[in-house]
Design a protein around this ligand. Structure first.
Ligand code: GLU
Length: 293
């Protein structure tokens, strides 16, 4: 018997949910519901500097108001730092991570001095300054309490993969092939952990989708490039590869993508203004009867 579809909605509690979140949650919910599968809600609150408990409470409240139901218990990433630390240690033991002591300012200066910044999916690609630091210097600086991030040595990580390209599939964009060139140019030596955020979004999301048996990842097209990196992590950890459906992003009247604190009214404001959940689903372009019917 084929295993049931498992989808998830994985918001970060850095603000109140808006229409774009309702759309994303609705898509994940419907895909599970219409296939007789399971729908999970996961709170991605690893960034302790930006996430706030009242936003987590508001997520539960807004999603319940919309008529969504999800499995319990809800995984809150901030309660599972040991899991992510273990994953980080696994990569460390394989010599795939190195400490980077550069500040953002130093990185910007180095890039400016080099004359041109290779532009990756997430901005300028790290020039690799700390990749070849002397091991003794690393130890000294860490022992002296200097702040550092842990970066993935992308070239070394790629050399561990027995066969290229890696493949994944997006329902809309089709078959995707990941090559070392794409990863080196698109991401370079990405940060997988830093002092204030002991594990990065990329690591935690990929870890948890594997751990929770998610079979279909639905999320916005803005995250399609990130999936190439997630595919590498899946290969390094031997995690299963889910199917992906990157969906359109809702925009405002001028075509600009809806964003927290910018142009997107919070769901709770729409609700306070007298709109019903059905009104909100319609505004998001989803048929309310499919959700609550
Ligand atoms: N926490 C991420 C966000 O809110 C989730 C992205 C994903 O679904 O992978 O953007």
């Amino acid at each position: 018997m084929p295993s049931p579809i498992v989808t998830r909605c994985a918001p970060s509690p850095t603000g109140y949910l808006h229409l774009g979140h309702a759309y994303a949650a609705g898509i994940a919910f419907l895909r599970a519901r219409e296939a007789g599968g399971r729908f999970l809600l996961r709170i991605e609150d690893i960034d302790l500097t930006r996430c706030r408990p009242e936003f987590t409470d508001a997520i539960f409240d807004d999603m319940a108001w919309l008529g969504l139901t999800w499995e319990q218990p809800v995984r809150r990433q901030s309660e599972h730092f040991t899991d992510y630390r273990q994953a980080i240690e696994t990569l460390q033991e394989q010599g795939l991570l190195y400490p980077c002591f550069c500040t953002r300012k130093q990185i910007a200066a180095e890039i400016a001095a080099a004359g041109q910044a290779p532009h990756g999916f997430e901005g300028a690609v790290y020039p690799g300054t700390c990749r070849h630091l002397d091991p003794a210097e690393r130890v000294d600086r860490m022992a002296a309490g200097e702040a550092y991030a842990l970066r993935l040595d992308m070239a070394a990580a790629c050399s561990r993969i027995p066969g290229w390209p890696l493949h994944w599939h997006d329902e809309t964009a089709g078959a995707q092939a990941v090559t070392p060139g794409l990863l080196l140019d698109g991401f370079g030596d990405v940060v997988l952990a830093r002092k204030e955020t002991p594990a990065s979004y990329h690591l935690c999301v990929t870890h948890d989708d594997a751990l929770q048996g998610v079979t279909l990842v639905t999320r916005g097209t803005d995250l399609l490039p990130a999936t190439h990196l997630h595919r590498l992590l899946q290969a390094l950890f031997d995690w299963p590869v889910p199917a992906y459906a990157h969906h359109r992003l809702l925009t405002d009247d001028s075509g600009e993508r809806l964003a927290k604190r910018k142009n997107a009214p919070a769901l709770r404001d729409l609700r306070a203004g007298g709109l019903s959940p059905a009104n909100v689903w319609r505004m998001a372009g989803l048929n309310p009867a499919r959700i609550v019917g």
